[in-house]
Design a protein around this ligand. Structure first.
Ligand code: HEC
Ligand code: HEC
Length: 91
């Protein structure tokens, strides 16, 4: 095969590889499971935190949610709890 068309063939192979990799990444992201973490509820207990500065709001969560007696316990496998609103998004 002449040198010139060999180069063209290589270029084609690289382009196809590139497209295949892009498609792979796209499918991977497309199939990612939907976000399942519960959002901050919309009710009279939580609505006041929708407008508040996040760090300010998070100081209040512990008055009702937590391990202490009389509070709503978090699920057993709950991840570390600092910055509640990073995970429990406000919508
Ligand atoms: C005045 C008490 C109180 C405060 C303060 C409070 N919560 Fe709650 N929260 C509750 C109660 C009661 C429930 C369960 C019933 C409900 O959904 O309202 C609940 C439920 C939740 C749920 C579960 C929603 C679901 O779909 O299961 C999340 C997440 C949550 N709160 C996050 C927070 C965060 C984050 C904060 C701080 C910004 C916070 N809460 C502050 C009382 C409170
Ligand atoms: C690193 C991420 C993360 C942080 C930070 C976090 N949570 Fe969670 N939380 C989760 C996950 C994941 C679950 C279990 C899945 C779900 O939401 O149902 C959960 C569950 C909960 C539930 C029970 C929801 C239900 O549907 O039963 C409550 C209430 C809750 N978290 C409150 C809080 C509070 C209050 C804080 C801050 C003190 C906090 N979380 C911080 C990730 C987080």
């Amino acid at each position: 095969m002449p040198e010139e068309s060999k180069k063209k063939k290589n270029l084609l192979v690289y382009n196809l590889l590139f497209i295949a990799v892009c498609a792979g990444i796209f499918l991977f992201l497309w199939n990612a499971p939907p976000e399942t973490t519960a959002h901050l509820p919309h009710d009279e207990k939580h609505n006041q935190y929708l407008e508040m500065d996040k760090k300010e709001a998070e100081k209040h969560c512990g008055t009702c949610h937590g391990e202490d007696e009389g509070k709503m316990p978090l699920p057993k496998e709950h991840p570390p709890t600092y910055r509640c609103l990073f995970c429990h998004k406000r919508t």
